[in-house]
Design a protein around this ligand. Structure first.
Ligand code: GMT
Length: 387
């Protein structure tokens, strides 16, 4: 198939999922066309069968807000015509599904069919989409999509409840390439690589996010402060965003700044995650929690919050530990107890990797998208989706 993919290219897990999906689909022989305002950050130009089409957005003195969604719709129609697209797959409903809807309508007037699939990721439903200025059009574009998928059952239920959507929504969970996100099996090589982040006797904790308020990065720093009082430890903070400065100040005020590596945005997180012992993901809300899945695939369990779709990914006390939002004290106590109990820790690391391999591996999940695309292109979408 020739598939157009649109996502937010620079920020957030939905762009990561869209990019990894494009890479996996291209590896299966499909032709993938990314259509966005900049090249997705995990797209390194390494793959055959992947093309990138930039969306130019002209400014004009009248435009206080240049209409990106309209420019995107125009570019979608051009790419569909020039490259013979069979399907568009848009990630994050706002405004991508609206642009796709317009593109579909414009092409229909020229006798060309271009169905589109919308994948719901999180705040497009739980936050931004609920804003009164976006709700009616978000609901309309979801309802009018040729196919809709959601990354968790939680998000599907939330969409039905809050948006009164009546059309079928297929749950296709997020996935990870278990060959790329994998533990370092050579213990000596791992120990050597780990030395640049922590001494051999130090526990290494890791956090990966876009440092937005929903990620509660101050909780990450506070949990680590308690851990480091009990045992030698270091923390790696990967990513950047609005709350990074506050997190750094907090670390400074707590006297632990020198024990934390603020690495900023990193291209190859798959090389850093397997060096850690535990991931911290104390988010206010996660519709899935892709960062935790990537860590789990590297045999690194997460200390996380029992919110949204996280319990669909993490089995409490088996593949990670779950707590109430803001329960910093118990998250720290849980991390300390786990790190001190070698047997329990090793069992949890192995169970985390096994879950990634047996339930969320790209080789299992990507074919579900392919089957879904085929049903949409053939005009027979599943009436009763199998979750
Ligand atoms: O972070 C967001 O709010 C938006 C979105 C994104 O574009 O990064 O994140 C959501 O999608 C990720 C990928 O599917 C999920 O792993 C995140 O859990 C989800 N974030 C939230 O629900 C807050």
């Amino acid at each position: 198939m020739r598939i157009g993919i649109t996502c937010y290219p620079t920020y957030g897990g939905s762009g990561v999922v869209a990019t990894e999906l494009g890479i996996e689909l291209a590896a299966l022989g499909h032709e993938i066309h990314f259509i966005s305002y900049s090249q997705p950050f995990r797209l390194t130009g390494r793959d055959d069968g992947i093309f990138y089409h930039e969306v130019p957005v002209s400014s004009y003195p009248l435009f206080e807000f240049p209409p990106y969604d309209l420019a995107l719709a125009s570019r979608m129609t051009e790419v569909a015509e020039f490259c013979g697209l069979d399907l568009l797959h848009v990630h994050y409903a706002i405004p991508h599904s609206v642009s796709a809807l317009l593109a579909r309508q414009m092409l229909a007037t020229r006798g060309r069919r271009l169905p589109f699939v919308t994948t719901l990721h999180g705040t497009d439903i739980t936050l931004v989409g609920l804003d009164r200025s976006y709700l009616p059009i978000t609901r309309y574009s979801i309802q009018e999509s040729d196919g809709v998928t959601s990354i968790s059952t939680y998000l599907k239920d939330k969409t039905v409840a809050d948006f009164d959507v009546t059309r079928p929504i297929e749950v296709v969970p997020n996935f990870v390439n278990c060959d790329v996100y994998t533990p370092i099996t050579d213990e000596a090589a791992r120990a050597d690589a780990r030395l640049r982040l922590a001494a051999p006797d130090e526990a290494l904790l890791i956090h990966l996010s876009n440092f937005r308020p929903v990620k509660r990065v101050a909780d990450v720093v506070r949990i680590f402060a308690s851990v480091t009082k009990e045992m030698p430890a270091r923390l790696v903070m990967i990513g950047d965003g609005p709350d990074r400065s506050a997190a750094e100040w907090l670390a400074h005020d707590l006297g632990i700044h020198s024990r934390i590596h603020f690495l900023g945005k990193q291209d190859r997180v798959s090389e850093l995650l397997p060096l850690a012992d535990l991931m911290l993901m104390p988010s206010e809300l996660e519709s899935f929690g892709l960062a935790a899945l990537e860590a789990m695939a590297c045999k690194v369990p997460a200390i996380a919050t029992r919110v949204g779709g996280v319990p669909e990914l993490i089995d409490d006390d088996v593949t990670g530990l779950l707590y109430a939002v803001g329960d910093v004290e118990n998250m720290a106590a849980g991390a300390i107890a786990l790190l001190k109990d070698r047997g329990r820790f090793e069992a949890m690391c192995a169970a985390a990797r096994k879950t990634a391999q047996t339930r969320f591996c790209a080789s299992l999940v990507v074919p579900k998208y392919v089957e879904f695309y085929k049903s949409i292109v053939s005009g027979n979408p599943p009436a009763n989706p199998v979750d």
